[in-house]
Ligand binder design. Structure first.
Ligand code: KG4
Ligand code: ZN
Length: 344
């Protein structure tokens, strides 16, 4: 029976490990203070195939995990025997990829006789905001927008959140990636669409990513994606010139404006004074500016993680690990990887 040394300290040193997709990442925190964050990415290799190839991702994690953890310890100037716990993503994500980080974390936690904390990747994205503002406390409303999820959430306390509304089809990041492909841009698509959009204007008529007349707040990206495909193909079939930069800019508005509007509306209607955000799409400069300005106009405090902590990273996993550590929620060594975990 594995009985780790689990005296709960108020400011523990936690190693976070993330390997759910194509980034192998490790980070060290001491309490909410971030000491280091390292990433080795296989994105360039994946770009040759236009997306993530699971087998390539797993192999890349196997080659990188030891090195990335070593770098994180070294740049934090922390030796492994000073760690109080290891937090690791156990899902959602690619099974083979998750298993690499999880197995490594289990072995290290066992050898150091410290607790292992399995972290839900999405909760990690939500916890990234705690690293920006060490005083941040629930309640708050969060806009979550990643490659697999799009939702507005209400975090009641450190351990509980409620989904206020979400997408009924594709996630926002997925839509960015699909539109990137239509516009001939390389994987990973989101950042490339943003780059192209900077030289365009919002002149192509596209439907906003919001379900009209719904009793629930629902976003929808499949109609918007189809409208982009139609706009490009119709213009090309008619032999008309169409500016891809204008398409990218117009898509960005249609994809992001409803998210910003609804997030602020939710915060106001719930009487929350703070808005946070998490997930890869929150790295988008237009979204960051639009959400910050809308919050400011509404008198809300807006806490946005820096861009490098919006896309996948291990600092957010360590941050969520801290929340679970303080609640004494440790994982057994037989915890398995999960490809899918429901939002709540
Ligand atoms: O959170 P994340 O790194 O991975 C998931 O957990 O899914 O999110 C990845 C998603 C991808 O779909 C990517 O295209 C999108 O985030 N993304 C962006 C930007 N950077 C990453 N979307 C729009 N603008 C960006 N700058
Ligand atoms: Zn993610």
């Amino acid at each position: 029976m594995y009985t780790p040394n689990a005296t709960i300290k108020p400011s523990p040193i936690i190693l976070g490990i993330e390997s759910s997709c194509d980034e192998t990442a490790a980070a060290i925190i001491c309490g909410r203070k971030l000491l280091s964050s390292e990433i080795i990415s296989s994105a360039t290799e994946q770009a040759k195939y236009g997306g993530v190839v699971p087998e390539i991702a797993s192999r890349a994690h196997t080659e990188a995990v030891d090195e990335v953890v070593r770098r994180a310890l070294e740049s934090a100037n922390v030796s492994a025997n000073r760690l109080d716990a290891i937090a690791v993503t156990y899902g959602a994500g690619l099974l083979g990829a998750l298993l690499v980080g999880l197995s490594f974390a289990k072995g290290l936690a066992y050898s150091l006789n410290i607790p292992l904390i399995g972290v839900n990747h999405i909760r990690g994205h939500l916890a990234a905001a705690y690293l920006v503002d060490e005083e941040l406390k629930p309640p708050f409303v969060t806009l979550l927008a990643s490659g697999g999820h799009t939702a507005v959430l209400y975090t009641k306390n450190y351990l509980e959140f409620k989904v206020l509304g979400g997408t009924c089809d594709d996630a926002a990041g997925e839509a960015f990636d699909k539109v990137a492909r239509v516009l001939g841009l390389e994987y990973p698509g989101g950042a490339n669409v943003e780059r192209l959009a900077r030289s365009g204007s919002n002149t192509v008529k596209l439907p906003p990513a919001l379900v009209k007349n719904s009793t629930r707040m629902q976003f929808s990206y499949s109609g918007l994606k189809t409208a982009v495909i139609n706009a490009v193909h119709n213009a090309e079939q008619r032999g008309e010139a169409i500016s891809y930069a204008d398409v990218a800019c117009s898509f960005q508005h249609a994809a992001i404006d409803p998210l910003v509007k609804k997030t602020v509306e939710c915060a106001l209607s719930l009487g929350a004074t703070t808005v946070t955000a998490g997930g890869g799409v929150i790295a988008n400069g237009y979204l960051r500016e639009a959400l910050s300005s809308a919050c400011k106009r509404a008198g809300l405090r807006c806490v946005l993680p820096p861009k490098q902590f919006c896309t996948d990273n291990a600092a957010m996993i360590a941050s969520e690990g801290l929340t679970q550590y303080l609640a004494g929620n440790f994982s057994p060594l037989d915890i398995n990887a999960c490809a899918q975990i429901p939002l709540v």
